[in-house]
Design a protein. Sequence first.
Length: 918
Amino acid sequence: MAILADFYSAIVGEHCRQEIFVVRLRSSLFFMITRLFQACRGAGTEIHKMELTVKGVVAIFACFLAVFTQTISANANYSGNCETPIDVAFLMDSSGSLGRSNYNRLKETVYNMGTYFGVSPMGSHASIILYSDYYEIASKFDQFMTIGQFRTTVLRLKYLSQRSRMDASLTAAQSQIFTRKGNTRDFLPKVAILFTDGKQSRFRDRVPLPEAARKLRENGVNIFVIGIGSGPSKSELESMVVDRENHIYRSQNFRDLKDQSEAVAGKICELFGARKRDVSPNPVDIGFLLHGADSLSKKDRNKAKQFISSVATTLGIEVPNSRAALLQYNEGVGSVFTFSKYTDLTNFYDNLHRLPVSTGKNQIDVAIREASKQIFSSESRLAVSRVAVLLTFGKPLNIQQAQIAVIQLRSKGVKLFVVHVGSAREMTSLRKLVSNKHNLFHANTIDDLMDLVIPLHDKIVNESVPTAKELSSVPASYSTIRVKWIPAFDPNEVISGYEVQWTVIEDDKGLHIINSPLQSSGVLPADVRGYEISGLTPYTLYKIHLIPQWQAGVRGDIPDTQSRTLEDIDECLTDPCDVNAKCTNTKRSFSCKCNIGYSGDGFSCTDDNECRGSPCDANGICTNTIGSFKCACDKGYSGDGFSCIDINECLGNPCDVNAKCDNSPGSFSCTCNIGYSGDGFACNDIDECQGSPCDVNGKCSNNPGSFQCECNIGYSGNGFTCTDIDECQGSPCDVNGKCSNNPGSFECECNIGYSGNGFSCTDIDECLGSPCDVNGECSNNPGSFECECNIGYSGNGFTCTDIDECQGSPCDVNGKCSNNPGSFECECNIGYSGNGFSCTDIDECQGSPCDANGKCSNNPGSFECECNIGYSGNGFTCTDNNECLRGPCDDNAVCGNTDGSYSCTCRKGYSGNGFFCA
């Protein structure tokens, strides 16, 4: 990939790269493919000029790959149009007054604005709140969405409908989104954008809009309100903002709003796109040492990365000013990115986001030692403030070894700041690593990390005062060295002067000198930019220190330089030779020699005109230059100028795709093909259809280089002559329909009693309309229907009358007939049994209805009961008669009553039958 990227850069150049940004801002696949071709078309065009056809193909492929790769990777870093990322919440109206089409336009608006703001894990963070009768949080800041994930979230937003509660969305943003728990970043601008197409609905528990907005602003949130259409109330919109002129936007409709979305986002960036903290006024080389702890979840690792990116953002990492480096560690060293890796914040965000997972123990000695070796090495700048920030989790290991490593780090002028997440008990041991207790920061949990961004930023800025951008020294003679420096700040603000100190480190025989006494220039004024050290020993190596006289509370670096006094005078230092000659110093002398392409004694050199000898090809041109010459092939030829070959320009396809190319020596010509007009470089298709060559009932289609006639639908022919087709011959209509042929078309119509489009006809069920009498029955037939009266009714079916069947005496003579609607009923008279049509006398005596001392007599339709002799009653109840009461016996007899009878018995002393006793 690296080789391909270099190849792409060398061949394609700026043309492709300039198009990449445009591709990033769009999301549709069609647009991306179109822009890929547009971006890379220029690469091929430039290639043909170099006659490198194969390379041109590869260049276009490299451009495709570069554009597509950067389009994908753009999701990870900050690519927004604001100066810095922001935390933005979109409060979207999802009430019923919008409708789904306008709601979809609102979603496109939100996506466009999110793209403009550069939503990404290390860039702008976005939250979405929907509101109607209630609110719904669709996304939060701590989800660290890429722009692709943000787009998916927006597209999947559901439509709530119902009424409008703007107060609920403002309250939700204040209590759940723009909070520390909601992962809002205090060091970046916080923005809430509320969209509405109407007024606040009246709810019993509603919060007044001015109060809900005021509470949200107290969280440091800048509120923007966008009203769409004529529905929103001006007073309601103004009640939610402070700056009515700049924080309220009106749009005629949702279609216009979508078109204006990037312009509105741009205005918001202008108002709140600047960083909230000043960047360091002086350049800083800052190295972040990140512990890959086992205990960190993916979400926690993102928060740690966010902390690092936040510190980098507040310091304004951007070459050639401040730079950043990164080292990940545990028991060993993971990923290491040196200062040369990053050029700006965007590049830093990108690599930080893609940092691979590396977990293990917290061996901080490894981090500090390797930072000294790999980060603060030859790539770190001695003339700027150097800072290391150690972000550690849990219990630190190997504190004693870490203290030794810190000494080595400090010897390179690096200030160490330690940020510890975990138990406060570990702070005692970590205090040993920093020179100042205020350089040690503590967070109980990873959620508390963001509270340390501003304090850490302020501490780094206060201590980031470099001595100079450049310190140099050169020998002036056997005994003098000139020292120069360039301040990196306004010296009067932080120092009262400078002191130059020097000491011998190697004598004139090359022996190393130990404990050589320091000598001093004394205090020099703050505006001095150089000093000449005199009275030195010839050919001796000196180490020179520049020591600023800091004001109280300010510290900085003390750079040094080395220089050796001269063994003899280097006459070449005074430039005695011609500017086009080389001076060579010799002991107590020197020599001058003209450079190649010049002639003379070295003190005076004249340019040689090499073109006089015609060194170039006959088809080339020679250009004399100072000290040399150049050969270049004439136009239409290729080569190095010494050998030129005719370029077959036709191989590069210079002509229009609809033209023919003819190569000639040093040139070529282009001729448009038949059916096209133009100069050959641009050929336009001739539209033959303008002459109306086709039939009036035909259609003319212009094709590249030709045309085509085709009969209209309903006509047949070759297009030049068209005849109406009688479509009815093919029976296109339904069997229950009628076909009517028309010029160029036909019509199908269903027959009476059928419904449909004529191509498909369905019988109409007339019975569904209940056309018959309620006492009739409807029968649907194909294309018609019939009505028939129900049994027991008479009529035509549309009108039905009840039949009185009793008039025909259908029942038994001992039965009764009852006429009913649509029927009749026969019932036997009392005393008879049967179905009413046939009745038989019931013998009631079989059921013994009379008294046991009575007699039953059956009659037609009834019966009679009569008491037996000796009994009295109605026959149903019979009582024994006491015949003795009548005195039927002889006076000298005793009467004995019995059931149904009696007996007479003569008294004692009498004889007889009881009726007569003697």
